[in-house]
Design a protein around this ligand. Structure first.
Ligand SMILES: [Zn+2]
Length: 273
């Protein structure tokens, strides 16, 4: 889940509680005074999470331009495809419900799992694989990679991979940085280990307890061909993802009604896994 520092939490509460903060953040971002891309600072990503300005495919150009074929905020817009992604799992509470829904609707999704949770719930990772979903590495325990020394960044990735490899049957080749935070140095380290770095173009803000109609409205507003949709399938004890579960059938039905094919991230970006 998007764990925040004390200061960030305080700011987030104000953001959620007070439209003023939201308005200021929106103006700052619109004015281009903050890089509206993979965040280079904690504040930037936090604002984009708490304020959630509309993101359109193609808006995130910085790191994906610097690292073409390595950093993705979305896939090609040439086909009407989108990828559902679920972060921070697995758990035994929400992950099974999400897998049930995906199975019912015959949707293959991409799960960016945390190493320590995969270790705690290995059967859930096996189930993801068995049911045709793609597994990505989301680090060992969700630390902010940008603040870590290079060897710690590698350690976070390797530790998770050591748990994932025997469960998944291959070394996952997609990495999603915790909080979506990366900078050129972390991208160089992670891509040097053979990973593609996957962000997103549609943030449902489900981790914040966003109501079902608001989740649907965010999807409607922000989805474009090639989109990568961020949701969660687990979180800390205080995180309630029941709206994620409740909204999911409607999200799937809406996307299909709009003519979107729901694919995994590798299918979307044209890689093998
Ligand atoms: Zn996460």
């Amino acid at each position: 889940m998007h764990k925040l520092s004390g200061v960030q939490r305080a700011f987030a509460r104000r953001c959620l509680a007070c439209g003023w903060w939201l308005g200021v953040a929106a103006l700052l971002i619109q004015a281009g005074s903050m890089p509206h891309a993979f965040a280079s600072t904690a504040t930037t990503r936090l604002i984009s999470q708490t304020n959630h300005p509309p993101k359109s495919v193609g808006q995130h150009v910085n790191l994906s331009r610097m690292f073409p074929g390595v950093v993705y905020y979305h896939g090609p817009a040439s086909q009407k495809q989108v990828a559902l992604t679920f972060d921070d799992g697995p758990d035994m509470r929400y992950t099974p419900q999400i897998l049930d829904i995906l199975k019912k609707y015959h949707v293959k999704a991409t799960f960016f799992v945390l190493g320590f949770r995969a270790k705690a719930h290995p059967d859930m990772v096996r189930r993801m694989v068995r049911e045709g979903h793609t597994i990505g590495n989301h680090s060992w325990n969700h630390l902010d990679q940008v603040r870590l020394a290079p060897d710690k960044v590698r350690d976070q990735v390797v530790r998770a991979d050591k748990v994932l490899y025997p469960l998944v049957g291959y070394h996952p080749e997609l990495f999603r940085p915790p909080y979506g935070k990366a900078d050129p140095d972390t991208v160089r380290i992670i891509s040097g280990m053979g990973y593609k770095v996957i962000d997103w173009s549609v943030d449902t803000r489900d981790w914040a307890g966003t109501p079902v109609p608001a989740i649907l409205s965010l999807v409607r507003k922000e989805v474009r061909p090639g989109g990568i949709i961020l949701e969660h399938c687990a979180g800390n004890a205080n995180v309630d993802l029941s709206n994620t579960v409740q909204a999911l059938p409607q999200v799937i039905q809406y996307l299909r009604a709009q003519g979107y094919q729901l694919v995994t991230v590798p299918q979307l970006i044209g890689t093998e896994r």
